[in-house]
Design a protein around this ligand. Structure first.
Ligand SMILES: O=C(O)CCC(=O)C(=O)O
Ligand SMILES: [Fe+2]
Length: 267
């Protein structure tokens, strides 16, 4: 999209989607930094990881879900067939490469706008208060690959770093139900049964484990770049005992996520 069309596009997006910049709830980790006049929260312990809790309003979430449904993905009939055919895992994921559907382009533009709103100055790559380094933000297109994942209660995704065939700069939008995503630094990789964030009270002198929980509520957006994308694995473990937030186990429901990424140029 040409830059001069950006403002016009943003205006249309605001008209269609409204202004979703409502004040987020109090964050549990006091260390995290809220940016003034925007809903972005910088997850301080993970360089390059940002959360925008109320990225999509309820109405926008419903529109996005119906757009996903109109693609024919994750419909109930499909799920029944899946159960018969025992192909649940492959049918719980849908991908698009290259030309994204118009709703995904709108979503991508809306993400771009929300990031730009927070960006001050030149968005220098070394500026830790920039949600995305400038080189990522101004690439064209911002994203050209989308993956939608549907998770039934108890289902999650194992610890991983996204494939290197994708560039830096990844965005994930959550829908339908909340979950805790755990981030583990590469050099401190641990088993899922290891405890979370062993800190000062580490009496057994075990190696320090950094496993950071981030709550992804419906309508929230996280973006990862740099260290968050390359040096931390992310996972969603929805087995009993892992979806804890504020000391309480989260009530699980179906969850859908939309991940947007950019494929690396092939040489
Ligand atoms: O479902 C999510 O929130 C994460 C999905 C993910 O990490 C991926 O598709 O690589
Ligand atoms: Fe991922």
């Amino acid at each position: 999209m040409e830059v001069q069309n950006q403002e016009e596009c943003n205006r249309i997006l605001r008209e269609v989607f409204g202004d979703s910049s409502s004040e987020p709830e109090l964050e549990e980790d006091d260390d995290d930094i809220r940016t003034p006049n925007s809903g972005w929260i910088k997850i301080k312990k993970i360089k390059g990881l940002w959360l925008f809790k109320d990225f999509l309003s309820l109405q926008q979430q419903a529109s996005l879900l119906s757009a996903i449904k109109s693609e024919g993905w994750f419909t109930e009939e499909e799920e029944e067939e899946e159960e018969e055919e025992e192909e649940i895992s492959s049918q719980n994921q849908a991908m698009r490469f290259g030309d994204l559907p118009s709703w995904a382009i709108q979503l991508s533009n809306s993400i771009c706008e929300t990031i730009c709103f927070n960006q001050d100055g030149d968005g220098d790559a070394d500026d830790e208060m920039s949600v995305f380094p400038a080189n990522l933000l101004w690439r064209e297109p911002l994203f050209d690959q989308l993956i939608a994942n549907a998770y039934q209660p108890g289902e999650g995704i194992g610890a991983h770093i996204d494939l290197m065939r994708f560039e830096d700069g990844i965005a994930i939008v959550s829908l339908e139900s909340e979950c805790v995503m755990h981030f583990t630094r590469l050099e401190t990789e641990v088993n899922a049964s290891d405890c979370i964030e062993k800190g000062e009270e580490n009496e057994d002198r075990q190696p320090f484990i950094t496993k950071i929980p981030v709550l992804l509520t419906p309508g929230s957006l996280i973006v990862m770049s740099g260290e968050a994308r390359y040096k931390w694995k992310h996972e969603i473990n929805r087995k009993p005992g892992f979806q804890l937030w504020g000391g309480q186990e989260i009530r699980q429901q179906k969850r859908i996520s939309v991940t947007l990424r950019k494929l690396c140029e092939t040489k």
